[in-house]
Design a protein around this ligand. Structure first.
Ligand code: F6R
Length: 261
């Protein structure tokens, strides 16, 4: 796992955006795995800027989002399909038919999950998968103790996740309690992974993910098994790491070709 500690979330998101831009420039028909939530917003803003100012071309890109709430239609302002359209897709030249978000309103959710896996496979797999990290260590909506080899499935949201995400719904009661999410096995199949985690609320999850044992109690720790996983942190989220100096040392002594850019 490559661990990069940056001064603040802004710098971290700009670096993350550069990674996405270089994948798209190298492979114009890249398949990108995307995330919602507060963390990646700045990264999306920077990609939008690159599209506007530098002509970054999304016209042949395909995207797959990690997850969606069960029961929320695309028109619901808290659905992840809505989030993606408002915060990213409508600002770039992406072909909307190439953007995929699990359908949480599907009549048969199991069939929807299996179909989602098939669509990812048909697209040739994910070139770069973006992840955030839940305060409880979740990735996608894979909550603690979920199988480390899971495929796209239906998950029950933990109380912690409901608390963390309920503000925008007004109350926990108004929030969906279930979601469709890529499984951890699905995520690990991506050729490359970029996880962003910022702020003091993530400090414990970050420590478990990077320095704890590989364990289903911290789904993010599954990234320890991935051959090309990069984690970008800020000083606050990295504050609990025991080997922060080691990560900085490695970062400073890389060959230029090894650097994430
Ligand atoms: C979002 C997702 C979640 C979030 C995580 C962190 O699609 O899959 O795992 O990445 O809950 O959320 P924020 O970024 O809001 O702290």
């Amino acid at each position: 796992m490559e661990v990069l500690i940056r001064d603040n979330p802004d710098v971290g998101c700009l670096l993350g955006a550069k990674m996405f831009a270089s994948v798209i420039r190298e492979k114009p028909h890249a398949v990108l795995g995307l995330a919602t939530g507060r963390t990646p917003l700045r990264l999306y803003q920077e990609l939008i800027r690159m599209h506007r100012d530098e002509g970054l071309d999304f016209s042949r890109v395909t995207t797959f989002n990690l997850d969606e709430y069960v029961g929320l239609p695309a028109t619901h302002d808290q659905s992840y399909r809505y989030f993606m359209r408002e915060n990213f897709f409508r600002h770039i030249n992406i072909d909307q038919t190439r953007t995929h978000v699990p359908d949480g309103t599907a009549a048969d959710l199991h069939t929807e999950c299996r179909g989602y896996e098939q669509k990812i496979a048909d697209a040739g797999g994910i070139d770069l998968q973006l992840l955030g990290l839940g305060r409880n260590g979740h990735i996608g909506f894979n909550e603690p103790t979920g199988s480390l080899r899971s495929r796209t499935w239906i998950k029950i949201l933990s109380e912690q996740t409901l608390k963390d995400n309920s503000a925008v719904f007004g109350s926990i009661e108004k929030m969906p309690k279930h979601a469709l999410t890529m499984g951890i096995g699905t995520i690990l199949d991506a050729k490359r992974i970029l996880l962003l985690a910022f702020g003091p609320a993530k400090v414990r999850a970050v420590e478990h993910m990077i320095e704890g044992p590989l364990a289903a109690i911290c789904p993010g720790s599954a990234l320890q098994q991935h051959p090309r996983a990069t984690v970008i942190l800020d000083e606050n989220s990295a504050a609990g790491l025991h080997y922060a100096d080691h990560y900085r040392w490695i970062d400073q002594h890389k060959f230029d070709w090894q650097r994430t850019k």
